[in-house]
Ligand binder design. Structure first.
Ligand code: ATP
Length: 423
């Protein structure tokens, strides 16, 4: 495989390309070294488009960030973290914002397994060594003299060619267990295989007791980020299959059981969104009791909105599952306060029940859009006082309109009069 990606870099968006060239020039002037690293390098080599620019500076990212801001009027510093030796800068070109992450080359030491690392500035080699996999530990020089030259200290090019996910050292998964989820994610996403020795260490780690219910012991928000990436992959069935096969489910909860039915669930393309992962996570949690579900979501540090999406979707499913005679009206009542994501959880769980599926589709496409023209004010003018009765009457008229969507405002008023007479 090639030792330079200069020609590949020349094919990316021209604004991004010229920024990389400029950053290399300024780095040289400042006596620093600048390297493109991470996903963009990997993806460029694989022929995928990725404009997420991550740059490491040997050895002072803040110095380069300051030089860029003072040199370019369209460059601003948007964040700076002294502790992590990182900075984010944003260039504005023709109204378009291009954000670039800069970090000093760093090494990480872990005081105990799964601890947050202590970060110290070091050289490029140590910075690459702290990374997750060889294919993510390639660097590309941005300096004018060797622009595009690949630094491959851990045979990442070879592993890219052989489609292997390989860790850099034996304690990698112990140091940072989220790398287990990342290994599975990249294997599924890229169609790669986890290299034999890496696989052995992955299973050893995940089968050791200290990895059971790991989200109770380590920072759940980092696990959540990785689970979100995994369950948002386009090849979701493969992702869920590997979630169980690799044992990641045990890190979430040893009470989780694989369920073959899960592997056949798939959202329509039109319903895919940034939140798709929540729907699949909801389904994964479905058979646990409410207390366990809530504890897991709390351990993952999920937001209240995210938790609500899952709990409401599963609750609606349970109500409909035991209801004897679901029809448009009962379905309407069950789903009416729910977000579209919660409804999709319910829908996914009824994937093999054509009757309910059709009713849910009818709800999504038609019934949920039905609106009354009559208002509470109209009912008050007809003699009702504000309160429960008023709400109930509006609901009854809405149910009539669901059965007969052609009702006009006069029909609604006529029905209201009949209802009021009968009360
Ligand atoms: P993608 O864009 O597909 O998510 P990526 O490789 O850019 O892939 P990021 O999560 O953005 O993924 O991480 C950027 C880089 O940081 C990685 O390529 C890797 O080198 C490093 N990295 C990220 N997470 C870890 C980790 N947990 N342990 C070690 N290195 C990591």
């Amino acid at each position: 495989m090639t030792r330079s990606i200069k020609t590949k870099l020349e094919t990316i968006d021209k604004d991004h390309f010229s920024l990389l060239v400029d950053i290399g020039k300024i780095a040289k002037e400042e006596n620093l070294k600048a390297y493109l690293v991470g996903g963009m390098v990997r993806d460029l080599l694989l022929g995928f488009n990725n404009l997420d620019i991550d740059i490491v500076i040997e050895s002072n990212a803040h110095k380069l960030a300051n030089a860029l801001v003072s040199r370019f009027s369209n460059c601003e510093l948007s964040a700076k973290h002294d502790r992590f030796h990182t900075a984010k800068i944003i260039f504005t070109i023709d109204g378009k914002k291009i954000s670039i992450d800069l970090a000093s080359t760093r090494e990480e030491t872990y005081e105990h397994p799964a601890a947050l690392p202590t970060v110290n500035v070091s050289d490029l080699q140590k910075d690459l060594y702290r990374r997750d996999f060889t294919i993510n530990a390639l660097a590309v020089s941005l300096l004018p003299d060797d622009f595009g030259k690949i630094v491959d200290l851990f045979s990442g090019l070879n592993d890219l060619e052989n489609k292997k996910i390989k860790i850099l050292h034996d304690l990698s998964f112990i140091d940072d267990p989220t790398r287990i989820i990342r290994a599975v994610r990249f294997a599924v996403k890229l169609g790669f295989e986890i290299e034999e020795h890496t696989k052995k260490l992955l299973f050893e780690a995940i089968n050791s007791e200290q990895f059971d219910n790991l989200i109770e012991k380590i920072r759940g928000d980092r696990v959540k980020i990785e689970i979100r990436y995994l369950l948002n992959l386009p090849s979701i069935q493969e992702a869920i299959k590997e979630f169980y096969n690799s044992g990641i489910h045990r890190m979430v909860s040893t009470s989780l059981r694989s369920n073959d039915k899960l592997l056949n669930l798939k959202l329509d393309k039109k319903h895919k969104s940034e939140n798709s992962w929540l729907l699949y996570l909801g389904i994964i949690l479905k058979d646990l009791n409410n207390t366990d579900q809530e504890q897991i979501m709390k351990n993952l540090q999920m937001t209240n909105d995210e938790i609500k999406i899952i709990t409401n979707g599963l609750k609606a499913y349970k109500i409909l599952e035991i209801s004897e005679n679901t029809n448009s009206i009962t379905l309407f009542k069950t789903l009416k306060e729910l977000s579209s994501e919660s409804i999709l959880i319910t829908k996914l769980l009824f994937s093999t029940n054509n009757k309910i599926l059709a009713l849910i589709d009818e709800y999504i496409e038609k019934t949920s859009k039905i609106k009354l023209e009559i208002t509470g004010q109209d009912l008050i003018l007809m003699g009702l006082t504000e309160g429960r009765k008023l709400g109930e009457t509006l609901n009854l008229i809405l149910e009539m309109k669901i059965k007969n969507p052609n009702m006009k405002k006069e029909d609604e008023i006529a029905q209201a009069k009949i209802l009021l007479m009968n009360h």
